[in-house]
Ligand binder design. Structure first.
Ligand code: AP5
Length: 214
């Protein structure tokens, strides 16, 4: 198994790029820690109940909750050809150290670390227009990636929603948390980090990411 870490600010396009890459390559698997947590919240699991308040406030949920989910997921992967695109985990240095421990147990390593670079003004516009499908998880943007029919998911016909944490106040908190806790991972991973321009058409950004993957 290979592990690719996708770093980038909230709204930089990590999930969108991962979705584009997995559509084109069956060996790639997209794992979004945010999606795992939102699913737990929806199902009302004990972890989801604990995570809900942190997510609404734009704070990181306790490391142990998300680390356990990632450990279970990685431990359950049987196919050694799988390439995991980890989007949203690790989110701080403690989680990065935990990930190293998880990977050691399954004899795997991080093959690439990609940092998507997008200016703040673009981030704000991307998050303001984001819509997602709660049924199948597909992501859209009212201006940049609109569905064929307004408010309806192209893939499954579900009704598109705005994420609860995409309001201006929570977004500001998420950006602050990113700068304080997640950005230091760029130093942690050092020369392994490949910086990729996150501006342009989704297909262009995905092609740039693909080019830097080891
Ligand atoms: P999470 O779900 O991980 O949110 P995030 O990091 O804030 O990232 P986003 O999902 O907002 O952005 P993205 O980069 O995937 O952008 P997207 O592709 O959607 O985390 C949410 C919360 O969960 C956290 O606040 C925290 O509470 C908790 N959490 C998660 N992981 C955790 C962890 N490890 N530890 C502790 N807590 C954790 O794109 C955004 C928009 O832009 C979309 O509308 C898209 O269509 C559009 N777009 C994308 N690319 C382009 C492009 N090239 N051109 C035009 N538009 C584009």
């Amino acid at each position: 198994m290979k592990i690719v870490i996708l770093l980038g600010a909230p709204g930089s396009g990590k999930g969108t790029v991962a979705g584009q890459l997995t559509t084109a390559d069956a060996a790639l698997r997209h794992v979004s820690s945010g999606d795992l947590l939102r699913d737990a919240v929806r199902r009302g699991t004990p972890a989801g109940k604990e995570a809900d308040g942190y997510m609404k406030a734009g704070k990181l949920v306790p490391d142990t909750i998300i680390a356990q989910m990632i450990a279970d997921l990685i431990g359950g992967i049987q196919d050694s050809n799988t390439v995991l695109l980890l989007d949203g985990f690790p989110r701080n240095v403690a989680q990065a150290e935990t990930l190293d421990g998880i990977l050691k147990k399954v004899n795997s390593e991080i093959s690439s670390v990609v940092l998507l670079e997008v200016p703040d003004a673009v981030i704000v516009e991307r998050i303001a227009g984001r819509r997602s499908c709660p049924k199948c998880g597909a992501g859209y943007h009212v201006k940049f990636l609109p569905p064929k029919q307004e408010g309806i998911c192209d893939a499954c016909g579900g009704e598109l929603v705005t994420r609860k944490d995409d309001n201006p106040e929570t977004v500001q908190n998420r950006l602050d948390v990113y700068r304080e806790q997640t950005f230091p991972l760029v130093e942690f991973y050092g020369s392994r980090v490949k910086k990729v321009d996150g501006l342009g058409q989704v297909e262009e950004v995905a092609a740039r990411v693909k080019k830097v993957l080891d």
